[in-house]
Ligand binder design. Structure first.
Ligand code: HSE
Length: 381
């Protein structure tokens, strides 16, 4: 099988190194942006060299971002080349369009590497879906934010110091805002929920809160009560309805998810006959993500790939709820107008007012960000 790589960063270098030991698969062209980095004869600066090359069977896209990634993916599919991608942002934004284009052109569009890195998550969602309706998924799907939360919890470090270490270790996105504000998890949540529920889930409809404003006081305070904080993607389905949210959660310290260390990920699903399944592993990095891409390549080559079918039409409704821990910085006006009717307890501390709410919905609590984006929230999961 002849393969083209779009990009030659961490992920495509990992793919290239893995494929070097697999004689059935030849990387025949690599698209790069910077002429100074042309170190191999097969490298080109011109995408049309790949699009027009009739000998290329499959294109791996890992350039990231929305454009020109979307155009390259569509052009490759229209040129009847299978596409395997690790680009979660472009898939979350244009999933339905890519699936339709792949079907129209009789080729495959594969996304294992977009969500959970090396964890065989997407394939297992599809496999479980052959028997069960998957009704719940959740997980820790961002290594950078988990690295930060774990180090703050186990080593008592401050947010800013740990973020710097995560960047130095190469876990973070080019702009780490995507990691700490939840955008990256939201993309993975939309992709996972779309596969799990058989219905394209609009990424922009998923409420999102990150960990940028968590403080040591939050970690210590909830820690004393027996909880660890993690950033979760959560999605649920009930009949023709679904719900999805990305936000910090408080987990019993002894639960599996609360103990996911460093930059590891965990992805979990629930189906009626299989029950609960939890998959743990490396969610980022060249070799784990490269491994997921090569698995997709092998599945396409061996005609072993699952089709992605968006044959269900589900409505987004409020299915997710819980009590919330909320820390409101001093001087924040108007918060009682939003959550005054659901206060279970309220305490004034040096770090701000800490409110524990009664059972409520993400939509109600996320309204707080309209008055102050620095409010920290976490749902008791
Ligand atoms: N920045 C991402 C993470 C990379 O930290 O998990 C993998 O998507």
């Amino acid at each position: 099988m002849n393969i083209a790589l779009l990009g030659f960063g961490v992920v495509c270098s990992g793919v290239y190194d893995i494929l070097k030991n697999m004689p059935e698969y030849n990387v025949t062209k690599i698209l790069i942006r910077n002429p100074a980095k042309k170190t191999l004869d097969c490298m080109t600066l011109d995408f049309t060299d790949i699009e027009n090359d009739k000998n290329i069977d499959l294109v791996v896209e890992a350039i990231g971002g929305l454009h020109p990634a979307r155009e390259y993916i569509l052009a490759s599919l229209k040129a009847k080349k299978h596409v395997v991608t690790a680009n979660k942002a472009v898939v979350a934004a244009y999933f339905e369009e890519f699936i339709a284009a792949a079907k129209e052109n009789g080729v495959k569009f594969m996304v294992e590497a977009t969500s959970g890195g090396g964890i065989p998550w997407i394939k297992n969602l599809q496999r479980v879906g052959r028997i069960d309706d998957v009704t719940n998924i959740h997980g820790i799907m961002n290594g950078t934010s988990n690295f930060i939360l774990s180090a703050m919890t186990s080593e008592g470090k401050d947010f800013a110091d740990v973020l710097k270490t995560a960047q130095e270790l190469g876990y973070a996105e080019a702009d780490p805002s995507a990691d700490i504000d939840g955008d990256d998890v939201r993309n993975k949540c939309a992709i996972s929920a779309s596969i799990a529920f058989g219905c394209p889930v609009d990424v922009n409809g998923i409420l999102q809160a990150g960990i940028r404003h968590i403080s040591k006081a939050d970690i210590d305070g909830v820690g004393k009560k027996g909880y660890n904080v993690k950033l979760f993607a959560t999605a649920k389905r009930n009949g023709d309805s679904f719900d999805a949210v990305v936000e910090p959660v408080l987990l019993n310290k002894y639960s599996v998810e609360a103990n996911v260390p460093k930059n590891y990920n965990i992805t979990c699903l629930y189906g009626e006959t299989i029950g609960e399944v939890k998959l743990y592993g490396q969610g980022a990095g060249g070799f784990p993500t490269g491994n997921a891409i090569v698995q997709d390549i092998i599945d396409v080559n061996k005609d072993n790939a699952f089709d992605i079918n968006f044959d269900k039409k589900l409505n987004k409704t409020e299915l997710i709820s819980g009590k919330y821990y909320i820390r409101i910085p001093d001087g924040t006006a108007g918060w009682k107008e939003i959550i005054g009717d659901i206060i279970e307890s309220e305490e004034s501390t040096a770090a701000g007012t800490i409110v524990i709410t009664k059972e409520t919905t993400p939509a109600k609590v996320h309204k707080l960000f309209s008055i102050n984006k620095e409010i920290f929230i976490a749902r008791f999961a």
